[in-house]
Design a protein around this ligand. Sequence first.
Ligand code: SF4
Length: 366
Amino acid sequence: MMVKGVYVHIPFCSYRCPYCDVYSLVESPVGPEEYVDLILKEAELYREIPLDIRTLYLGGGTPTKLRPEEILRIVEGIGEIFRVSNFEEITVECNPEDYTEKDFRRLRSFGVSRLSIGVQSFSEEGLKVLGRRHTPSEAVRAFLSAREAGFDNVNVDLIYGYPGQRPDDLKADLEKAVSLEPDHISAYLFTPYEGTPLGLKVLKGELKTPGEDEISTLHGILWRTLKEAGYVRYEISNWAEPGKECRHNLIYWTMEEFLGLGVSAWGFIGSVRYGNLRSVILYAEKVVSGERPVGTGVNLTEKDRFEEWLMLRLRTRRGIPPDLIPEHLLEFFEPGPEGLTIKEDYMILTNEITAELLVYNSIGRR
Ligand code: SF4
């Protein structure tokens, strides 16, 4: 096996969104330029592993807290260290308020081929609940600027099922998103993470998220609207125009190997899933001393691999062989490209169905 993609985590953010559980820093003891130096130094530590790098993904945090020149240093540096003459895809995640059309043009000229814009909602109310500081018009402006700058592969990130969201709110968000004609739409179900201020409010009952039936209604609106608009669902939270699927994410979802660089980044090399240290100071110390800044690592067993394979096959709708499905669950399935796949209306129950299938196919039976 070979490493096919590189993920780079950029931890900087202008503010901390109250629902977010990723490692990000509003005030950082390590500045952007120094951080880029560290990323490239860390990459050097992997120079000798077997690789055939095709994709580069800059995620965060907020990569557009870096100036375009710093993004160029990462693109060029990673290309040089891993001997990549031409990436098949380079994605940069961006927040709507950071870059102008001129900045997007610069990214384009550096070979960045795909943008993922963190819109989350096109409604003022939705953005307020989620604690986002950009406005709906800034989100539209960012999208149009990206198009003007020549990007023909742009993703819009949305969140649905957040506290107080009604079916009409979601319909309005989707209508706006579809009217812009993005190439790709990611729509994530709101999750109240315990360690986040918004998550805590929900878990304490101070804020109410839509109940099971309401979520099911929202999910129905979501997939039907995007299907009617011509998007193909190729992962539980991801829709694309045919041919515009995110190649980097497909590496994750087909269990291929990838390198994760940067504080808190995840990677998968050989049979090991590893996570980098979640402190930028400790991360910097390790990299400066010439050691890989890995905090955790799990060597996947055959059972782990089977479980991941099953989960990913269901999330990506590729399908699984019928004999892995107990009789009482068959009503939730329909024929898919490589076996039986969960019917679209039941995709919202994917986690529950996967859990039942894992018990059914547990080691004893296999
Ligand atoms: S949601 Fe994005 S912008 Fe907000 S804190 Fe998290 S990483 Fe930063």
